[in-house]
Design a binder for this molecule. Sequence first.
Ligand code: C5P
Length: 421
Amino acid sequence: MSFDLSVFSNKNIILAVTGGIAAYKSAILVRRLKDYGFNVRVVMTKGAQAFITPLTFQALSGNPVHTELLDPEAEAGMGHIELARWADLILVAPASCDTIAKFAAGLADDLLSTVYLATKAQVWVAPAMNQQMWAAKPTQRNLNTLVEDGVHVILPESGSQACGDVGLGRMPEPEDLAEQVKDYFHQAQRAIAEKFGLLAGKRVVITAGPTREAIDPVRYISNHSTGKMGFAIAAACYSAGAKVTLLAGPVSLDTPNGVKRINVSSAIKMLDESLHQLEEGCDVFIATAAVADYRVAEVAEHKIKKAGDELNVSLIKNPDIVATIAKQEKRPFMVGFAAETRNVEEYAAGKLVAKKLDMIACNDVSRADIGFASDENAMIVFFAEQYQMEKRDLEKASKQEIAQQLVEAIHDALHNEIEPV
Ligand code: C5P
């Protein structure tokens, strides 16, 4: 599953490392958090520095490491109060018994315990210790206090320990911890989008990619569509709070995060699935697929053998998916696309009317720098007459940016429709 890394570039994580052999895993944890796009600052206790050096974390996080509370130089850079305010999440991993006890008691005798008291951010602790120390009553009592205080405790795993014991107390793998952090922010963002996003509460169905029309069991007719635009639109609709179903022709793209993908091959299959989705409920239907205009009249049951200098294959017209959906009684808001090589605006405006669409986005595929396989696009958007909206020029930009602008256009049209008199 793909993930848009830029989503987390404004999220700040303090990774607090305390004394314990699991501290070596925290170096990998910094890497994974950075891979997800987070800003990471590392705070280390004295105990942590006995296991791993600040320099390691400085190199991995790309930021100075914070170790001292009462160092005038460090305080002048980013003091404990600033650090506490900077963080969106404080992850203590590994969390030693000592740090857990300090947090529970409200002590403030080093940098980490002070930052803990001074922050409004979520605090997570990942305890790692000998199994007997984990089971000890004071540790359990302190952990209960932390939970009551709103701290999220990540339970340790069971297994063999550095001290030779076997039992509970191992810090989860750094990959798992980083994924939990990513999921936490992702869910928080999703909750906001579902409430306030431009397409909050809408169910969107998108067709994307080419269709593949079989000639015989091994050959087919298709086109060069990569599906990039449709996939970018699916991701943008999801980010805008919609529930998104993507009907994808054969393309080699990762499914955007949170999007339900249904793979289809032929135009007939894409139409069947589109009609089925309509029954399930659909508010907005976006047809980006480059549907093959024709399919083979009679698909050969067996591989056609080479014979003679000519081979005639008879083609028949495929149904127009977007126009068929637009004719249904309970029709959603319909968005079509037009790829033209000349008279772009004129042809697109014609299709808007002919296919009974609400909105059409058109581009000039004769331009080598945009369109089909390119990562960029430029479009002109027209709206049906009843919206009384001016056409919009979406200037050349990444397909992600164009997708975002299309979402805005859909949102504006949905809120601008003039009730027929
Ligand atoms: O007629 P043309 O292929 O140029 O129309 C393009 C628009 O119609 C696109 O939105 C495309 O996804 C849709 N379409 C369709 N079914 C077809 C042909 C086109 O949904 N058979």
